[in-house]
Every structure is written in structure tokens, then in C-alpha cells.
Design a protein around this ligand. Structure first.
Ligand SMILES: Nc1ncnc2c1ncn2[C@@H]1O[C@H](COP(=O)(O)OP(=O)(O)OP(=O)(O)O)[C@@H](O)[C@H]1O
Ligand SMILES: O=C(O)c1ccc[n+]([C@@H]2O[C@H](COP(=O)([O-])O)[C@@H](O)[C@H]2O)c1
Length: 195
């Protein structure tokens, strides 16, 4: 059975924190592939700055050349608010021979019990939780149905966020080495995130 990691996010824009997280999860849990799933509308966040097509194109530029990484645009095609429980159900139906693992940063782990139909989601997928430097994990406060499905993966702490990248670009500052050059070139070519 193929083991697939799913990394959902706004990716507005994708950065090295996302790519290192995906690779750390793949390596730690021996995943065959990681699929990056850009949200159409994130459930708990303001609407993205860049539209779905642009966020997908930035992701494609970022993962190109890595055969273990690919972009899955199921949520963009579906439109509406992107609920993980619905995405996982659709992917399980489409790929019955795959075993899916949802990858989350440690900031998101604490929030998992508040996700739509969280118990049903936990019954249908494993979680791989990554450490994020600014938000240390505290598994003791998690309900058993999440804890029993949660595996940990370590990654070198990278305090990179899309919010910080958007702010830097808006201020005309450098974002070099925070995200792949191909994504920076795409942002510049399309005039994204400029104030
Ligand atoms: N630097 C990082 N290290 C580890 N995980 C990360 C990092 N940045 C984002 N993630 C994880 O990647 C997933 C998608 O993140 P998202 O696209 O929301 O990025 P973000 O940088 O947190 O965005 P924003 O700043 O716009 O909120 C989430 O599970 C998040 O926890
Ligand atoms: O399904 C939910 O209720 C839910 C609530 C919050 C976040 N998520 C998913 O978690 C992923 C990361 O979210 P974000 O807000 O960091 O982009 C993204 O795929 C979201 O759709 C999902």
C-alpha cells in the first residue's frame, strides 16, 4: 500500500518551511510521496491574497524536479470552504489503495479538535505533527482520538511564515533564501504582494 503524506495549506506563498516540513515528514514516516493541497478558502483564516491559480503555480514551481512531491488541486477545483474531512474522504474514495497521513505544523495540532467533524477525520487518516519553533507542542491536552493517531516528525526549526514574506515584499525588502528562487521570480513577474 502506498503511503502518501498530505500537506494542506494556504501557500500564500509556499516557502522553505513548507518544503522542509514535507521532506521531514516523508523521511521520518517513510512516505512514498507528499502531495501539497492548496486550499480554496481556508476555514479559519482570512481569504488568501493571491488567487488559487497563482498559489498552485507557485507550488508547482517549488516542487518541480522532486519526483516525491506533487501538487493536488482537489480543493481548488471543488471551491468553497476547504474542510479537511471532506478532502480526505474524496481522496480515499479516488485512491482506495493508498494510506493517507495529514501533515500539520505544531501550531495546527492544538487546533485539530476544533476542525469540522474532527473525530470522523481522525478515524480516516493518520496525523504527522511537526515541531514549529514559535509554538511548542503540548500533546497532553489533546483528546485521545487525536493523540492515538498522531505521529511526530522532527524538523530543523525554521521561523519562516507566508505572513512575514508578504510583509517583507510589501515593504520592498529581500525575501531571498526564505523561499525558492523560482517562486520569487514568479512573484516578481506577477507583481504579487506589493503594497
Ligand atoms: N516554518 C514552518 N515550519 C513548520 N511547519 C510550517 C511552517 N510554516 C507553515 N507550516 C505548516 O504548513 C501548513 C500550511 O501552512 P500555511 O500555508 O498556512 O503557511 P503559513 O506560513 O503558516 O501561512 P500564514 O503566515 O499566511 O498564516 C500548516 O500545517 C503549517 O503549520
Ligand atoms: O477542516 C477543518 O475544519 C480545518 C480547519 C483549519 C485548518 N484546516 C486545514 O489545515 C491546513 C492548514 O491550514 P492553514 O490555515 O494553516 O492554511 C489547510 O489544509 C486547512 O484547510 C482544516
Amino acid at each position: 500500500m502506498r503511503k502518501i503524506g498530505l500537506l494542506g495549506g494556504t501557500f500564500d506563498p509556499v516557502h522553505y518551511g513548507h518544503l522542509v516540513a514535507a521532506e521531514a515528514a516523508r523521511d521520518a514516516r517513510r512516505l512514498d510521496e507528499v502531495w501539497f493541497i492548496p486550499t480554496f478558502l481556508p476555514p479559519h483564516k482570512p481569504q488568501p491574497g493571491a488567487d488559487g491559480a497563482r498559489r498552485r503555480e507557485m507550488l508547482e514551481a517549488a516542487v518541480s524536479g522532486n519526483p516525491a512531491f506533487r501538487v493536488e488541486d482537489i480543493e481548488l477545483r471543488k471551491q468553497g470552504t476547504s474542510y479537511t474531512v471532506e478532502t480526505v474522504a474524496a481522496l480515499r474514495q479516488r485512491y482506495p489503495d493508498a494510506e493517507f497521513h495529514w501533515i500539520v505544523g505544531s501550531d495546527m495540532i492544538r487546533d485539530l479538535p476544533n476542525w469540522r467533524r474532527a473525530e470522523e477525520l481522525a478515524a480516516s487518516v493518520g496525523f504527522i505533527g511537526l515541531e514549529r519553533p514559535d509554538q511548542p507542542s503540548d500533546d497532553a491536552s489533546l483528546p485521545e482520538y487525536v493523540r492515538s493517531k498522531l505521529a511526530r516528525a522532527e524538523m530543523p526549526p525554521l521561523g519562516i511564515s507566508s505572513t512575514d514574506i508578504r510583509r517583507r515584499i510589501g515593504e520592498g525588502r529581500s525575501v531571498r533564501y526564505l523561499l525558492p528562487d523560482a517562486v520569487i521570480e514568479y512573484i516578481q513577474r506577477n507583481g504579487l504582494y506589493e503594497s
